[in-house]
Design a binder for this molecule. Structure first.
Ligand code: HMG
Length: 389
C-alpha cells in the first residue's frame, strides 16, 4: 500500500476581503462570494515567496516524521523564481534535510503536484523504505482591474508519500488527459498570467472529463462508487461546476444533495485562500480530511487540472486512524493569523513587483512564518530562518 502519509499547509501573511476588491471594480460582492464561491484571498508578506511558503508547509511534516528516509524532494510550482535552480534546493536547506536527497522542480500549471505524487509513488514502489517529500507552492497573480483579479491567492501544501501511509492509500488506476490549448499561460517576461477566463472553464471541464474516461478505461471505479471528490479549485464554485458536469458526463443518477455533500467539505480552505495553483487540490483534500465527518474507508477522488492543459483523475481510500495525523486546529489558526489589509495596502503590495533593480533589493521583515526571503544581492536570493514576531 502506497499513499499520502502526512499533509500540511501554509499561506500568505495577509488577507483581503473580496468585498474590498468588488467596491473598486464596481462589482456586487455577491458575485465573488456566491458567484465564484470566494470570500477572501491570501496576499503574501514582502518577505514571503514560494520557497518560504513551501518550506513553512513542509516543516511540521518533516519535524513529525523525522528527516531520515526522505531521499527525494519534489517541488511543484508555476511561480518559478529561477530559470535554472530548483526552488526545492533552497527549501532543502531551510528544512535542514541531509545531503543524500535528490531535489527537482516540476512545472505544468496547477497540475504538477499530482505528477509529483505519481512519481513519488513509483519511487516508493521501487524502495518501500524511502519517503518522498512533495511541496506544492504558488502565488497566483493576474492583472489588477481584470475580471480574474478576485481569483488570485497564495498557498502551499506539503505531503509525504510512503509505504503504509497514515492518511490516504492510493489506488492503482489513474486517468490522464493532455491537449495543447491556450487558456492560461505566463510568458517568462511577465509576473501576471494571461488568461481567457471563460474558455479556461471549458478547457478544465473537457480535460477532467477526458481524464475520468481514461481512469474508467484503466479499471477505475464507477462515479457512483466514489464517495468524495477533490477538484482543483481556482475558485470554489469551479468544483461545484466540475462535479455537476462530471456526474452528467458519467451518466450518474445521484441526488443533488448528495452531489453537494461530495464536494462542499473540500472547499473550506480554498474559499479563504484563493487560487493556490499547484497546492489547491491538496488544500481541498486537507479541508476534507479536517472536516468533522468520519471518512474512514471512504473512496476519495483527486481531480487535478493544469491549464495548457493536463488533467489527471485518481482515487484513494482514507486510512483508519487518519484523524490522529491531522492538525485541524493549527490549520484554522494559520488562516486566522493572517493580518487583514484594505484595498490601498493590497494595491501597494501588488505594485512592488517587478522591482526597479531586480538584481539587488531588501525586503522588510513582515512574515510570521518560520522562514523569510530577505532579498536579492548580486542576483542571489537570500533565505533565512525568521525570528518569531
Ligand atoms: P467574470 O466574467 O467576471 O464572471 O469572470 P462571470 O460573469 O462569469 O460571473 C461569475 C459567476 O458569478 C457566474 O456564475 C455569475 O452568474 C455569477 P455561473 O453562472 O458561472 O455559475 N454572478 C453572480 N452571483 C451572485 N450575485 C451576483 C452575481 N453576478 C454574477 N450579483 C472568471 C469569472 C472565473 C472567468 C474570471 O474570474 C477569471 O478569468 N479567472 C481566472 C481564470 C480561472 O480561474 N479559470 C478557471 C478554470 S482554469 C483553471 O482552473 C486553471 C488555473 O488555476 C491556472 C493553472 O492551471 O495554472 C486558472
Amino acid at each position: 500500500m502506497i499513499g499520502i502519509d502526512d499533509l500540511a499547509m501554509a499561506t500568505g501573511g495577509f488577507r483581503i476581503d473580496l468585498a474590498a476588491i468588488a467596491e473598486r471594480l464596481g462589482a456586487d460582492p455577491a458575485k465573488y462570494y456566491r458567484g465564484l464561491g470566494q470570500t477572501e484571498m491570501s496576499v503574501v508578506a514582502e518577505d514571503e515567496d514560494i520557497v518560504t511558503l513551501g518550506a513553512a508547509a513542509a516543516l511540521p511534516v518533516v519535524e513529525r516524521a523525522g528527516r531520515e528516509g526522505i531521499r527525494t524532494l519534489l517541488f511543484a510550482t508555476e511561480t518559478g523564481i529561477d530559470q535554472s535552480k530548483s526552488a526545492g534546493v533552497y527549501a532543502h536547506r531551510l528544512l535542514d534535510l541531509p545531503p543524500n536527497v535528490r531535489v527537482v522542480e516540476l512545472k505544468q500549471a496547477c497540475y504538477s503536484a499530482t505528477a509529483a505524487m505519481q512519481f513519488a509513488a513509483a519511487l516508493v514502489a521501487r524502495n518501500p523504505a524511502e519517503k518522498v517529500l512533495v511541496i506544492a507552492s504558488d502565488i497566483a497573480r493576474y492583472e489588477l482591474g481584470s475580471t480574474a483579479e478576485p481569483t488570485q491567492g497564495a498557498g502551499a501544501a506539503a505531503f509525504t508519500v510512503s509505504a503504509d501511509p497514515a492518511l490516504l492509500a492510493l489506488e492503482p488506476a489513474a486517468g490522464v488527459f493532455t491537449e495543447d490549448v491556450m487558456d492560461f499561460w505566463r510568458p517568462n517576461h511577465r509576473v501576471t498570467a494571461i488568461v481567457d477566463g471563460h474558455s479556461s472553464i471549458s478547457a478544465y471541464l473537457d480535460a477532467v472529463a477526458g481524464a475520468f474516461d481514461d481512469y474508467r478505461a484503466q479499471g477505475g471505479s464507477a462515479f457512483e462508487a466514489i464517495d468524495r471528490f477533490c477538484y482543483h479549485q481556482p475558485f470554489t464554485k469551479m468544483a461545484t461546476k466540475a462535479h455537476q458536469y462530471l456526474a452528467k458526463h458519467a451518466g450518474a443518477d445521484v441526488p443533488t444533495a448528495t452531489l453537494a455533500a461530495q464536494v462542499d467539505p473540500t472547499m473550506g480552505y480554498n474559499r479563504r485562500i484563493g487560487n493556490s495553483y499547484t497546492a489547491s487540490v491538496y488544500l481541498a483534500l486537507l479541508a476534507l480530511l479536517d472536516d468533522p465527518t468520519n471518512l474512514t474507508g471512504e473512496r476519495v477522488a483527486i481531480a487535478s487540472y493544469g491549464s495548457g492543459a493536463v488533467a489527471e483523475f485518481l482515487t484513494g481510500t482514507v486510512m483508519s486512524g487518519y484523524r490522529e495525523q491531522l492538525r485541524n486546529g493549527t490549520n484554522a489558526q494559520i488562516l486566522a493569523d493572517r493580518g487583514q489589509i484594505d484595498d490601498d495596502t493590497y494595491l501597494a503590495r501588488q505594485r512592488i513587483m517587478p522591482r526597479s533593480d531586480p538584481s539587488n533589493y531588501s525586503n522588510q521583515h513582515e512574515t510570521r512564518g518560520p522562514f523569510r526571503f530577505a532579498g536579492v544581492r548580486d542576483d542571489q536570493r537570500i533565505y533565512e530562518a525568521a525570528t518569531p514576531r
